[in-house]
Ligand binder design. Sequence first.
Ligand SMILES: [Zn+2]
Length: 353
Amino acid sequence: MKRILFRVFFIIFLAFVLPVAAAHYKNMAETTEKIHIVNNVENNLDVQNSDTKNAKNDEPPASPAKNDGTPSRTITVLIHGDVHEMTLEDYTAGALAAEMPASFPEEALKAQAVAARTFAVYKQSLGTDTQHPNAAVCADYTHCAAFVDLDTEAKQQWGSNAAAWTEKIKTAVRETNGQVVTYNGTPIAAVFHSAAAKQTEAAVSVWGTDIPYLTTVDSDGDADCPKYDASVTFGAEEFRQIMLSKFPDINLTGLPKTWFTDIDTSEAGGVRTCKIGEQELKGTEVRALFGLNSTHFTIKTTDTSLTFHTQGYGHGVGMSQYGARNMAENGKSYREILTHYYTDTQITALGAQ
Ligand SMILES: [Zn+2]
């Protein structure tokens, strides 16, 4: 997909964009490639853990409905240059439609709905975003989350399935109305990715910031992601030029097999850091530079080429969408999915935190 190429280039910029980890992929068609965009956290993921109110751990009450006299929560969304104010629930439906294939099981869709809603609330809680000071979130998948207007874009998104899948999306949102994932009572940075490599990555391994609810957990079913296994080969000179474009003083001489050294991997197997020609890089930097599907990569070389083999798709932190699909197919509820991928969290109704 052409879209992928754009996204990998954007990743370089994203390292400077958000004060929080966020990752999203946009799916415009079933089973097509998806990629995650890392909105880096290194400057600030002062996770909102100062709020020590106890979140409920049982079934949350239903959130205020729009028509019961209780004010609905609204959110401002930047879409194609215009700021739109909408209910949080409508936003959630649009983000869900854009971020997960509607063919996924209902419990997976509900988990994604809660994750998308939570992330939006989290963004709201951070205050003004310098990228879009007049809106809490934007519809740019490279920055906040993708968004599909179900009233006007469903046909384009889903063709003849538009009516059925719009209803499926809206049902997932309605059945989780107002629910968010909380840690110590506060909505979390509910990041997600397409597919992990058997285990999710801890935030600290990918972004260098320890986030207590973004730890390494087991993940099954990720290999169902069409992009789970991938290889990409660069000619030695091509590789050298890419490195020189970022590091003009780098010294890459000799055979390619000598270029990669000191590869440090995380508990989940992703590359945290490595050296290329004595230049230390983070795994995320290597991923961005070479357009890799994930930081979970190995390298094979010949005298004239280097091949990356990746497993997983996206940054690997938080909820795996294919893992969520697998859990749902095995009878797990959206609550079980969310609390599996977000460690020590609860599902809470907004306003009840
Ligand atoms: Zn944004």
